[in-house]
Design a protein around this ligand. Structure first.
Ligand code: GUN
Length: 289
């Protein structure tokens, strides 16, 4: 029987685990506060930000909602970030990506105070992660590690193949899995659009993590029996005239081979959201020290 890993349940456990830290902060008169900045009218981005705010409310984190006109000059975004950096009541800052084309993503990321960078995207935080001394682990990679742990999957000595090399998922995940740490010690292969034979790399893996942003890229024919499959993809596609959500894994064929697999939705997605709350509480505790 294939284990379908329940991301909603593991995310609920993570949220519950935050209650003590939030209670301690509350006793000290501190309410963790996350500022979300949205400079987009993309409906998906709007939905993501509003879900993050709802999650905050549920666990006792205050959410500050900042919305900027997507046509506004870049300076407006940089001034907003500078104000939030300087505001001691704001503990975490999340600028929803992508920002409009006239604003450079990497400049925005660099503008955020690393101590409030709950995404873990700032070069200082990326550097610390690569050096084996992370402060804020990026939310999706951290969520994937928690899911593997909850599913009883041992990474030590395992062959892990990641399909996708993004700055948000593939690269930080590869670094975390490589580390000489509890949730590391894996042998990691990272595939990308120029990889010659992806199937050869996925077939020899104990764990396959699909994070390429390509609908149903990984199917059962690319897997060996007993593989653990983690699907990071969230792709909206048209099926039989209806809009539906699929991952980067062809779920049914992959499930027939997998020992354990995450569904879409209900797998990695809820974990990403839970780890954002975790990082916000962590940022608050560090700032309160
Ligand atoms: N856009 C898509 N995913 C993310 C994320 O994890 N953080 C931010 N800031 N923007 C995103």
């Amino acid at each position: 029987m294939t284990d379908v890993i329940d991301g909603d349940a593991v995310a609920a456990d993570v949220r519950e685990g935050l209650a003590d830290a939030i209670g301690t902060l509350d006793d000290a008169g501190v309410t963790p506060t996350l500022a979300t900045v949205l400079m987009s009218d993309d409906p998906a981005s709007e939905t993501y930000v509003s879900m993050k705010q709802q999650d905050c409310a549920e666990v006792g984190i205050e959410a500050r909602d900042v919305e900027l006109d997507p046509e506004a000059p870049a300076e407006e975004l940089f001034e907003t970030v500078a104000d939030l950096n300087a505001d001691p009541a704001v503990n975490g800052i999340l600028v929803q990506m992508p920002v409009p084309d006239h604003v450079e993503d990497r400049d925005v990321i660099r503008a955020i105070d690393p101590a409030k960078d709950v995404d873990g995207f700032h070069p200082e935080n990326v550097g610390r992660l690569v050096a084996g001394d992370p402060v804020f682990k990026p939310c999706t990679p951290h969520g994937v590690l928690k899911l593997l742990d909850a599913a009883g999957v041992e990474t030590e000595g395992a062959d892990v193949t990641i399909v996708g090399r993004s700055n948000i998922v593939g690269k930080p995940l590869a670094n975390l899995l490589l580390q000489k740490a509890d949730d590391g010690n894996a042998t990691v292969t990272v595939c990308h659009s120029r990889t010659e034979d992806v199937s050869e790399k996925t077939r020899r893996a104990d764990v396959v993590i699909a994070a390429a942003g390509v609908p149903e890229l990984v199917d059962g024919s690319m897997l060996t029996d007993g593989t653990v499959v983690i699907d990071v993809g969230v792709n909206r596609v048209e099926r039989d005239g209806e809009s539906t959500l699929v991952g980067d894994v062809d779920f049914e064929s992959a499930k027939s081979k997998a020992r354990a697999i995450t569904p879409v939705p209900g797998g990695v997605g809820p974990m990403t959201r839970a780890m954002l709350l975790y990082n916000t509480v962590k940022a608050t505790s560090r700032q309160a020290e």
